[in-house]
Design a protein around this ligand. Structure first.
Ligand code: BTN
Length: 337
C-alpha cells in the first residue's frame, strides 16, 4: 500500500512538472496518457488529486493547464551551477513547515539541502507569528547549512539571505529590505526570512534558513487586514517563475556565504542590505516585543552595524541603541512602512 502511494505521488510530481514545462498551454488528458504510458483513467485520478490539493490549475473538458508556473525540481536543477546549495532538493506537496521538516531530519541531510513545499499548513514567521503559504502560488523553502565553525554568528545569515534574495528578485523588480527579515516591493511585504538553529545538546547540528515568497498570489488571496501590508510579485509585476528566483537565490547565496566564510568580512553583503534598506534615513516606531507593555519609541534609523544590528537614535532623548532582531519590531507612522 505504502509503495503504491509513493508511486502515485511521484507520478503526480511528474505530471505537475510536465504541466509546468508546457505552461501556459493546455494539455489534453490523452497527451498526458501517451507521454507517461498510462491510461486516461489514471490521468483523471491524478488531476483530481491535483485539484483537491488546491493547486492553481484550470480543468476543462479533459484538458488541463496551470494558472502560473509552480515549483519544479527539474526546472531548478537545470539552472543551477552551484557546488552545494540546492544540489539536493526535496519537494513536498503539503507539510506543516519546511523549517520544521529539516529540523526533524537534520542529522540525515547534507549541507546545502533545499526543502521546498507547494503548500505549508503551519508556516512560521518571526517572533512566533504565522506565515501563510497557499498551494502553488507561493514559495516555501528552507536551506540547511552545516558550518564547520560551531561559533559562527548565524544571526548575520538572515542579512546574507536578504541580500541574496534582493539580488535574485532583480530580474523581476527592485526590492528593498525592512530589517531584519522582510523583503518589500512597492511598500508591501512580498517575502520573509526565518533563520533557526538546531542543536543536539550544545552541538550545533545545523542552521536552517527559511524563506517564504508571495510569488503568484492574486489581490483576492489576501484578507482585507493583510492587504494593508502584504503584497505579491504577481500583483506588482505579473506572473513570475518561482524556479528562476530559487535558482538565482541559490547561486547568489552560495557566492556570498563562501566569500564570508573565507574572508570573515560581512561588509560585502551588509553593504547591499544598507543600500537596499527601506528604513535607513527615516523615522520609525521601535517596539520592544520583550517589554510587558510593548513599549513604543520613535527613532531615526541610522545604519546596520557590522554584526547585523540596527543602529537607531531615539527622538525623545537622542540616545543611540543597537537593536537585535530577536527583540524588536519596527512600524511606520501610519502602519507597516
Ligand atoms: C517572517 O517574515 O516573519 C518570516 C517568514 C518565513 C516563512 C518561511 S516559509 C518557509 C519556512 N518555513 C516556515 O515555517 N517558515 C519559513
Amino acid at each position: 500500500m505504502l509503495e503504491g502511494i509513493c508511486i502515485f505521488v511521484s507520478l503526480k510530481e511528474t505530471i505537475l512538472d510536465y504541466l509546468n514545462h508546457c505552461f501556459p498551454a493546455s494539455v489534453s488528458y490523452s497527451e498526458l496518457a501517451n507521454q507517461f504510458s498510462i491510461d486516461c483513467q489514471t490521468v483523471e485520478q491524478v488531476i483530481k488529486e491535483i485539484v483537491s490539493d488546491n493547486m492553481p490549475v484550470i480543468v476543462q473538458s479533459q484538458f488541463v493547464r496551470l494558472i502560473n508556473p509552480i515549483l519544479s525540481r527539474s526546472a531548478i536543477n537545470s539552472r543551477l551551477t552551484t557546488s552545494f546549495v540546492g544540489r539536493a532538493t526535496l519537494l513536498h506537496q503539503s507539510i506543516p513547515s519546511t523549517n520544521d521538516w529539516i529540523k526533524h531530519q537534520v542529522k540525515d541531510l547534507k549541507e546545502g539541502t533545499l526543502v521546498l513545499a507547494h503548500q505549508q499548513y503551519s508556516g512560521k514567521g518571526r517572533l512566533g507569528r504565522n506565515w501563510s503559504s497557499p498551494a502553488g502560488k507561493t514559495v516555501s523553502m528552507s536551506l540547511l547549512l552545516k558550518p564547520a565553525d560551531q561559533l559562527l554568528d548565524y544571526s548575520l545569515l538572515t542579512q546574507l539571505a536578504a541580500a541574496a534574495l534582493v539580488s535574485a528578485l532583480e530580474i523581476y523588480c527592485e526590492a528593498k529590505i525592512k530589517w531584519p527579515n522582510d523583503i518589500i516591493v512597492q511598500n508591501k511585504k512580498v517575502a520573509g526570512i526565518l533563520t533557526e538553529a538546531e542543536y543536539s545538546g550544545s552541538f550545533l547540528e545545523g542552521i536552517i534558513i527559511g524563506i517564504g515568497i508571495n510569488t503568484n498570489l492574486e489581490e483576492t488571496d489576501f484578507s482585507e487586514e493583510l492587504k494593508l501590508k502584504a503584497g505579491s510579485l504577481k500583483v506588482v509585476r505579473g506572473t513570475v517563475d518561482p524556479n528562476l528566483i530559487i535558482a538565482r537565490f541559490a547561486e547568489k547565496f552560495e557566492q556570498l556565504y563562501t566569500e564570508w566564510l573565507t574572508t570573515h568580512q560581512s561588509n560585502h553583503f551588509l553593504d547591499s542590505c544598507r543600500s537596499h534598506s527601506a528604513l535607513i534615513g527615516h523615522t520609525f516606531w521601535i517596539i520592544d516585543t520583550h517589554s510587558a507593555d510593548q513599549n513604543h519609541r520613535k527613532a531615526l534609523i541610522q545604519t546596520i552595524n557590522e554584526t547585523g544590528g540596527l543602529v537607531v537614535k531615539y527622538l525623545d532623548n537622542s540616545e543611540t541603541e543597537v537593536l537585535t532582531s530577536t527583540h524588536y519590531s519596527i512600524r511606520g507612522e501610519h502602519g507597516y512602512l
